[in-house]
Design a protein around this ligand. Sequence first.
Ligand SMILES: CSCC[C@H](N)C(=O)N1CCC[C@H]1C(=O)O
Length: 355
Amino acid sequence: MRIGKLAKLMKERGFDGALVSPGSNFYYLTGIRIHEAGERPTILALNADGEFHLLVPSLYENVIGDVPVTFWRDGENPYAKLATIMHGLGISDGKILIENTMRADWLIEINRTVRMRPYPLSVVIRELRMRKDPEEIRLMEKAAKVVDEVFEEILGWDLVGMTERELALKIELAIRERSDGISFEPIVASGENGANPHHEPGERKLRKGDMVILDYGAKWKGYCSDITRTIALGEPDERLVKIYEIVWEAQERAFQAVREGVKAKDIDGTARRTIEEAGYGRYFTHRTGHGLGLDVHEEPYIGPEGEVALENGMTFTIEPGIYVPGLGGVRIEDDVVVEGRGRRLTKAERELIVL
Ligand SMILES: CSCC[C@H](N)C(=O)N1CCC[C@H]1C(=O)O
C-alpha cells in the first residue's frame, strides 16, 4: 500500500504526519478520486506508522469505501473534527507534511486549531512518485497511444481555413472520445503565433504555408500523456524548415542521451547545445522537458538545474523548441520512460509532415 511506503519514508526523514488534500497525491495514496473538493475541507491525515484517517464532506458518504473516515455536514466545523483526528493519530503538534496545493484558507484554519510545524509534502513524496511501477507505465502507454491516434486523425482533417480555437476544440473532442479526458487545454499555435510556447488558441485562421504547433495530452485512469508535433500546411518558409531540422536533431540527441544514472541536466544540456551550436540558443526559452505521470508537470524536471540522476521507471517529456518572434516556432515532444536507455511512449511521425 502506498500510504505505508510514504509513512516509512516519513519516519526515516523525521516527519510525524501528513495532511493531504484532493489531487494527484491523494489519488496516488488512496486510489480514491474526489474531483473537486472546492471549499469543503477534505483531508487524508496519516502518521509515520502508516495509520490514517479521512475527513470527508457528507455528500461523499456513498462514494467512500471501507476506510477509517469522519464525515462532516454543511454547517458543522470540519476543523474541530480534523483536530480530533490528528490527536487520535498523535500528530497534532509535530512536523507535518502538507499537500503543496492545499487551499490557503484550509491551512490557515488548521494552523489556528493545532500546533503543527508544516513542511511541503513534495519533499518526500517526490521520491515515490518519480519512479513508476509497471502498472503505472502501462496506463501511461495507453494515454500515449491515444495522442498518437489523435495525431493520425488530425492529418486527415481539412485544416486550412479552420481557426486555432476550432482545431483545439476538435482535438479535445477526439481525445475525450478515446480516453478519460484531456491532461491540459490543447495548444494550437499557427504562423507567427508559434513564437509563443504556451499560445492560447485564438481566432487566427490556418493558412497555406503555415507551420502549426499542436501540443495536447490525454488522461488514462489518471495518468497523462503530452505530445507536440509541428506540421506544415503547404510549403513553409525555408527558415522554418531549417529550424525544424535543428529541433528534430536536438530532440533525437537528447533522447539518445537518456540512460540510467545520467543527470536530468545532462539531457537538457544535450538538447540545448545542439540548438546553441546552430545559432538559435536565445530562441530556446524553456527547459527541455518535465516529468509526467498523474500530473502533466511533475518531477523530474529536465532543465539546466536538474540534479536528479535518471532511474529506471522514470517518465518525462523531451520537448525542445525554437521560437522566433514575428516568424513562428517549432517544438517536437515525446514522452519517454527510462529502461536502461530511453523508450519512447509516443510514437507519432516525427519527420516534417507537409500537408
Ligand atoms: C501544461 S501546458 C503545457 C504543455 C506543454 N507540453 C509543456 O509542458 N510545455 C510547452 C512549452 C514548454 C513546456 C513547459 O515546460 O511548459
